[in-house]
Design a protein around this ligand. Structure first.
Ligand code: ZN
Length: 285
C-alpha cells in the first residue's frame, strides 16, 4: 500500500486513483495518518476484503507534485537521524566510518511535505538524500532479525543542513543545524514494507537544478536499516509514528571540489527506487 496525507486526510494511492480512507471505510479508520500508521495491518485486511471505491481519479505522478501533499507523519514523537552511514559519504567528508551508529535528531518542527519550500539560512546550506523509515509498532531491545517487523514503511527524505551551524563549536551542533523551517521534507507518501522486499537494495538519487549530484544505492549503508532500528531501540523505546533518517550517500554539496551550496530558487529533486520523489525549492529567509 501507499499511504499519503492529502490536505490533512489519510489517502490510499492506487494506480486507478485515490481512496479517502475515512470516507471509504465509513469512519472505521481515521483520516489522521499519524494515528493510522499503527493500524496498517487492519487497513490492509480491509482493503483486500472490500472493493473500496476510488474517490478521486488523480494519478500517482500528479499527486506527487500536488501542493496539498503533507508529510505522512506530521508530528513524529521522535525523529532519529543517522550521520555518516554511507561508506562513500564518510570518505568525501574526510571522516572515518563510524564503529557504532551516530545518532542525532532533526527537531520535529522541521518536518514538511514532498513539495515544501525551505529556507536558506546561510551560504552553507546543503542537501542530503535519505531513505526515511517510519516505525509502526512499539518496541524496546528489538533483535536485528525482527527489526523490520517494527517498520510500517518507507518514504523519501531530504536532510537539509546548514553546515555553518552544524559544525559550529566543539562538539558540533548537528541537530540544531538540521532543523530550520522545512529542513526535513518526507514523502511523497509512505510505501508499506510488503512492497519493499529489501530496504538496503534501492537506488537513491539527488539532483539540484537538474544536475545529478547523488547517485547511489542504499546497499552502501554502513549499518543496515534493520541494524539501525535494533540499535536505536536498545536505548529509546521506538513508537508508531517515529521516523528515522538513515543517512546520506556521497555527492553532497560540501563534498564537491570546490563545495557547492544552495541559494534561493534552487530546485532539489530527491528520488528513491520504488518510493517516489520529492521536489523542494529554496527561498530566502
Ligand atoms: Zn543526513
Amino acid at each position: 500500500m501507499r499511504l499519503a496525507n492529502l490536505n490533512g486526510r489519510a489517502t490510499l494511492v492506487t494506480d486507478e486513483g485515490l481512496i479517502d480512507v475515512e470516507k471509504a471505510s465509513n469512519g472505521r479508520f481515521t483520516s489522521n495518518t499519524d494515528v493510522l500508521v499503527a493500524q496498517l495491518e487492519e487497513l490492509a485486511s480491509w482493503v483486500s476484503e472490500t472493493s473500496a471505491q476510488v474517490t478521486d481519479s488523480m494519478a500517482p505522478a500528479v499527486l506527487a507534485r500536488d501542493p496539498g501533499l503533507g508529510p505522512v507523519i506530521s508530528h513524529p514523537g521522535q525523529v532519529f537521524a543517522i550521520g555518516l552511514n554511507y561508506r562513500t559519504h564518510a570518505l568525501e567528508m574526510g571522516l572515518a566510518n563510524p564503529t557504532k551508529p551516530m545518532v542525532f535528531t532533526k527537531f520535529s518542527s522541521s518536518v514538511a511535505g514532498a513539495n515544501a519550500t525551505f529556507v536558506i539560512p546561510s551560504p552553507m546550506t546543503d542537501w542530503e538524500s535519505e531513505l526515511v523509515v517510519v516505525i509502526g509498532k512499539r518496541g524496546r531491545n528489538v533483535n536485528v532479525d525482527e527489526a523490520l517487523g517494527y517498520v510500517a514503511g518507507y518514504c523519501v527524505g531530504q536532510d537539509l543542513s546548514d553546515r555553518a551551524l552544524q559544525m559550529l563549536g566543539t562538539p558540533a551542533q548537528f541537530s540544531l543545524g538540521k532543523s530550520y523551517e522545512n529542513f526535513a521534507p518526507i514523502g511523497p507518501w509512505l510505501t508499506t514494507t510488503d512492497e519493499i522486499t529489501d530496504p538496503n537494495a534501492l537506488e537513491i538519487t539527488c539532483s539540484v537544478n537538474g544536475v545529478l549530484f547523488q547517485d547511489s544505492n542504499t546497499s552502501d549503508m554502513v549499518f543496515s536499516v534493520r541494524e539501525l532500528v535494533s540499535y536505536v531501540s536498545s536505548v529509546c523505546e521506538i513508537r508508531p509514528g517515529d521516523i528515522m533518517f538513515t543517512g546520506s550517500p556521497h555527492g553532497v554539496g560540501q563534498g564537491q571540489d570546490p563545495p557547492v551550496f544552495l541559494k534561493p530558487g534552487d530546485v532539489i529533486e530527491t528520488a528513491i527506487e520504488g518510493l517516489g520523489s520529492l521536489r523542494n525549492v529554496g527561498r530566502a529567509r
